[in-house]
Design a protein around this ligand. Structure first.
Ligand code: CTP
Ligand code: ZN
Length: 155
């Protein structure tokens, strides 16, 4: 349990707490989830908060929204140590660690405009997950970790 002296960001009533995000990655997490405040949801961010496990960590709290599995998958690409806490009526109802998939499909668009996955064909994009990015199944283009937000389908 967080001790009161350590609690820097208020508790939320309903929503998702993304905890144990590597220090400095919180804004990338928001970008990956397509959260820019325009949806009207309350979002709180703690950056470089002291953590026993990570030394320093970021934390993101999104009020009124529970993340889907595909959102959690994509999150794992930039925040492999993150824990996802689903909060309902102020209580943590579900806690899970993100699991890095070997492969992701339908989340990221290939940045190569000539790639067959971008043609008018009924082909879903697919990417193999590497240590520091993903590789297109169809053309081999590598999207690095820091370029992922720009290649997301949701944007
Ligand atoms: N939290 C929150 N609002 C709530 C309940 C919890 O913002 N209504 C946050 C806590 O501040 C914490 C995270 O959700 O950052 C997980 O809560 P909890 O499981 O109670 O904390 P810990 O036991 O410290 O979690 P862990 O073991 O995963 O570090
Ligand atoms: Zn491609």
């Amino acid at each position: 349990m967080s001790d009161d002296h350590q609690l820097r960001v208020s508790k939320i009533r309903n929503g998702t707490v993304i905890d144990h995000v590597a220090g400095g990655q919180a804004l990338n997490v928001l970008a990956l989830l397509g959260i820019d405040g325009s949806g009207g949801e309350a979002v709180s961010i703690g950056m470089n908060v002291p953590s026993d496990r990570l030394g320093r960590k970021d934390i993101v709290k999104v009020e009124g929204r529970e993340l889907s599995q595909s959102e959690v998958d994509i999150l794992s690409l930039i925040a492999p140590a993150a824990s996802i806490n689903i909060v309902r009526d102020y209580e943590v109802e579900e806690k899970s660690r993100v699991v890095r998939p070997d492969h992701v499909s339908g989340i990221i668009s290939c940045p190569n405009h000539n790639c067959i996955s971008n043609a008018d064909e009924p082909i879903d994009s697919g990417f193999a997950v590497l240590d520091d990015g993903v590789r297109c199944d169809y053309c081999g283009t590598i999207v690095r970790e820091d370029e992922l937000a720009a290649s997301l389908d949701v944007n």
